[in-house]
Design a binder for this molecule. Sequence first.
Ligand code: HEM
Length: 406
Amino acid sequence: MATVGESDRTAPDGRRSWPVAAGGLPGGEARWYRRDPLGFVERAAREKGPVFRLPDDGSLCVADPAEALRVLHNEEGHYDEVSDFFHVRGGRLGPRETQVAIGRAARATVRAHLAAHRERLPAVVAELGEVSEWPSAGRAATHRFLAEMLLRPDSPPALRELMARVVGRDVLIRSGGRLARAARLALWARVVRAVTAEVRARRAGRAGPGPGRPGDLLDAVLGSTPPDTPAAQVAQVYLLLFRTSVAPVGHVVAWALLAAATHGVDLAAVPAESAVRESLRLWPVAWLLGRPVHRAHQVGGVRVEPGESVSVCVYLLHRDDRHWPQAARFRPDRWDGPGPRGPYLPFGGGPFTCAGAAVAQTLATGLLAAVTDGARLEVRGGHGRPHVAGIITPPRFQLRRTPTRP
Ligand code: HEM
């Protein structure tokens, strides 16, 4: 088995540098990382410092605040200037102006829906019943609230049902198990085909949005991509945004409920906005932000080359005790005043910051408030490890919600 060498490197400009794992990457580390990525990075940072290699693809993991901000802001042009978020089969949907236009149109669509229908959130939560299973209940509630924004009511009923099935069967997150994976991939392939057909139908002129008939997320993507963009690519970008609108928002609310129960915080006594912020600090669902290296340079004293990738570890940055007092505790009160804080990056930073950050935060806050308002909450379970595959999914728990008001 290959060994991990440790080498102290000094940056040419004299900045502090850290010991970095060099050379071959042992299979044991890779297995450990696959099994428990968060545990792995926590230990690696303790033992090696805030810059180290990840054992799956060898990308450089960065948990130093100044280095992380430098990577994300990319002022020196060291990284690709096209967002990886728009990854579709066969590459990335570009150019950058198209990506930005899609992000803006998606944000405007979510915002308009929120403004028009916010008062429906309590009814959506009530539909979960007195006992609900989380985090899937969080995704289901988010989907139910956004359903007409995600696909307008005059879309084919079969497609609307298929999308609801995708949410219900947890296809939006990469759950474990080979069989589960095969079934998930098959259902996802079906969804891509169905949405591609819908793109073609809309392009062929089926009645579009109009007065009293607001457009949906698919109209937003169609309206901001050049007309010659392949229908399958439009479908894939739409599905990326569909997934992003449903799963992370549901997970943020789930994390807030679970963390409050674990740390003995009464959510009824805390502004929902602070609880959401704190949930995103302790459990940033997008915990690792990768950047493809465009030009050779140094990060924390380590040289990276084009073709390699640098990953900013938001999870570690948000748990740095030097910048976040009692970092491991769920303390919504830390958002009450100016307070000591480190970089807070649940929505990334720099040119590729989340286009939906503000609307996502508003939606998660509204949903959490609807869960906590006028009810006594009891959480059972949730002791397992989070599931980490792209985004962090909380372990399963049960929520008993007993209304205290008629
Ligand atoms: C709690 C919910 C959400 C979280 C935690 C989240 C997080 C993120 C993060 C961390 C990025 C940056 C990725 C990177 O730097 O590589 C990102 C990008 C993006 N997000 Fe979100 N997001 C959320 C909800 C949404 C929603 C609801 C929308 C839809 C409007 C959205 C649209 C986008 C878009 C379009 C990008 C790409 C931005 C660009 O590259 O120009 N996000 N999101």
